[in-house]
Design a protein around this ligand. Structure first.
Ligand code: ACO
Length: 327
């Protein structure tokens, strides 16, 4: 079977920092409440003029540079996002235009905070099943600030903007063990009302602006996130005859430090082996894992030959996990 590797990684976050102290001036909250309940200290927020495709194309450029290939070598662009520039065309098409390539297929994937893992799975399957394709850009990009209700203290403290990208390639080195070993994705539509954004969906009542915002049952989301991410970790390890001791670094979706700590406890992995950067990014939904992956690499948390486990949970409910042997 063809092996698929992550050949390059890149990320981009906007310059503007929104601190917990800034939020204290916007809603009835406190730095102490936000840090103790979520671990988040600040997040990056786009300027009004910046859109999701700007973030995604910058992250993609960095991933291409890191992979040492030209955009002309890319055969497909996949973008995981719930904050597209427009309802259509896809943000993937807009990014293709910004990157300056043409003709290759492009489309968006909506699996909310699990979107990057879903997109990775789709990209990997394209490479395995379509011998015409050699390199695929998989991007997670979000301008969450555009769908946050800045008057709702229970959600506005959680989210941030940013993008991460990877170049997926077919592995030509038959002796190399570096590859994506497995990807698991799942969903339970019975949980769709726990976290949603009505937006421009056809069931929208048209009652106004507020339908554009995120609505969330925080406590239920919290419990499901822990339950589903732990199950995904256990399932993917079991079906690959691996144990948690084999894993060098876990990169979970960056939603909440208490969720990450609970996962660490339940799957019995020391917290030092779990990478987190949500302290300064907040929850960037589909962008969170590739941004964290890039930071983990830059910070020397991932070494050649390491077994990496990524795991996500998001609205839908959706979840996903992947085992990656680092190149
Ligand atoms: N500042 C101060 N007080 C607040 C704030 C705030 N920002 N937000 C809520 N409160 C208050 C509530 O009004 C409530 O007050 P009350 O007791 O007077 O009614 C009190 O704090 C407790 O509220 P809870 O919602 O019960 O607080 P909880 O301890 O559950 O923490 C939180 C809330 C942080 C949202 C938690 O439920 C959570 O993290 N859930 C997961 C949500 C999440 O991560 N969503 C992201 C998308 S899904 C994903 O990415 C996995």
């Amino acid at each position: 079977m063809e092996r698929v590797i992550i050949r390059g990684v890149g990320s981009y976050v906007p310059d503007c920092v929104l601190s917990n102290a800034d939020l204290e001036g916007m809603v009835d909250t406190s730095n102490e409440w936000i840090v103790s309940r979520t671990g988040i200290e600040s997040r990056r927020i786009c300027l009004d003029t910046e859109v999701t495709s700007d973030l995604g194309s910058r992250a993609a450029e960095k991933a291409l540079e890191n992979a040492n290939i030209s955009v002309c070598d890319i055969d497909l662009i996949l973008v995981a996002t719930v904050t597209p520039d427009m309802q259509f065309p896809s943000t993937a098409c807009i990014i293709q235009g910004k990157l300056g390539c043409t003709d290759i297929p492009c489309f968006d994937i909506n699996a909310v905070c699990s979107g990057f893992v879903y997109a990775l799975d789709v990209g990997r399957n394209f490479l395995i099943n379509n011998s015409m394709m050699k390199n695929i850009l998989v991007i997670g990009a979000e301008k969450m600030s555009s769908i946050v209700d800045w008057e709702d203290r229970s959600t506005c403290v959680l989210f941030g903007d940013g993008a991460g990208a990877v170049v997926l390639s077919r592995n030509t080195d038959t002796n190399s063990e570096a590859s994506i070993l497995d990807i698991l994705v799942g969903a339970d539509g019975h949980l769709s009302q726990l976290l949603y954004c009505q937006g421009f969906g056809v069931t929208a009542s048209g009652e106004g602006e507020r339908e554009r915002f995120i609505r969330m049952e925080g406590r239920e989301v919290f419990k499901e996130a822990i339950k589903r991410m732990c199950a995904a970790v256990e399932d993917i390890l079991l079906r690959n005859s691996l144990t948690i001791e084999d894993v060098a670094c876990v990169i979970p979706h960056q939603a909440n430090m208490r969720i990450i700590s609970a996962i660490s406890e339940r799957i019995k992995i020391p917290q030092e082996k779990i990478f987190s950067n949500l302290q300064h990014t907040g929850n960037t939904s589909a962008a969170s894992i590739p941004i964290a992956m890039d930071e983990a690499l830059q910070g020397g948390h991932i070494q050649s030959g390491d077994l990496i486990l990524i795991v996500a949970f998001g609205a839908g409910a959706t979840w996903g996990a992947s085992l990656i042997r680092w190149k």
